[in-house]
Design a protein around this ligand. Structure first.
Ligand SMILES: [Fe+2]
Length: 266
């Protein structure tokens, strides 16, 4: 880490991001809606990353914002070229984000070490789990980025689900069919205290369960507090079927959240 005396101004990077978004502008309203969604998402992930990083030092806060600003750069070419945000049907958007970052020399104003940490955090932010054996700064940035990303994906999905069908950004639901109930495999995963694997999903309700199970992957006390403040679990409860098994796993996740909030307060 550098001395922290001269904190770089992120204005040029923020401006670059705006012009990058503008470079994808299209008259196709449906495609543009998905670009807008990712631009707004990035703005919110930056805000939430800063909320979580508060008190961890100005240099770290700056790096958190840089990671957040760059994490989804790959979403734009992904949607332009494949019309989906589903990596398994297109490409790994996080790898593409890292590529875009390098191509445009976006991180040249950072130290080599910091640049390396952000590149790894961006490249792996969508991995099922945080890889082991990462240097401390990389691991911290990655965990923070994953928390901030989840916070805003919950917002995006809740808004998507509650919007009239004609106004929904098609990419947000990943194209899952809206079938009744939840499938056995995702239910079993949540009830075992695990995150749901994307490959086990059969429906939009399963996708909701997967997002609920992300609460098990949250790293920072500040994020747990934001989950409570924003009523994330309650919003998902309202969107899910009222089946016994579903209510049971939701209650279980609720107890986990309570416990984490108690730990955070202690
Ligand atoms: Fe994201």
């Amino acid at each position: 880490m550098s001395d922290g005396v001269s904190l770089p101004d992120l204005t040029p990077l923020r401006d670059w991001f705006s012009s990058y978004c503008n470079s994808f502008r299209t008259a196709d309203l449906e495609v543009q809606r998905n670009f807008d969604l990712k631009q707004e998402h990035t703005r919110n992930v930056c805000r939430d990353a800063l909320l979580i990083a508060q008190g961890m030092g100005p240099r770290f806060e700056m790096l958190a914002e840089v990671a957040a600003l760059c994490h989804d750069l790959g979403r734009f070419p992904q949607f332009r070229d494949y019309h989906t945000f589903k990596d398994s049907d297109s490409l790994n958007h996080a790898h593409l984000s890292a590529q875009v970052m390098k191509q445009h020399h976006l991180l040249d104003f950072l130290t080599d070490q910091e640049r390396g940490c952000i590149e790894v955090a961006v490249r792996t932010h969508n991995a099922f789990q945080v890889p082991e054996g990462l240097p401390a700064l990389t691991a911290d940035l990655l965990r923070l980025l994953r928390d901030a990303d989840k916070l805003d994906i919950w917002r995006v999905f809740t808004e998507y689900f509650n919007a009239p069908e004609a106004e929904r950004a098609s990419g947000a639901g990943l194209g899952f069919p809206d079938l009744p109930g939840c499938s056995a495999e995702p239910l079993a995963a949540v009830s075992a205290g695990n995150m749901v694997q994307l490959s086990t999903l059969k429906s939009l309700n399963d996708f909701k369960l997967l997002q609920v199970s992300w609460i098990y992957d949250i790293n920072f006390a500040a994020t747990f507090r934001l989950i409570r403040q924003r009523s994330v679990l309650e919003q998902f409860r309202a969107m899910l079927p009222r089946d016994r098994e579903v209510l049971d796993v939701l209650a279980q996740v609720g107890r986990y959240l309570d416990e984490k909030l108690r730990d955070a307060a202690a």
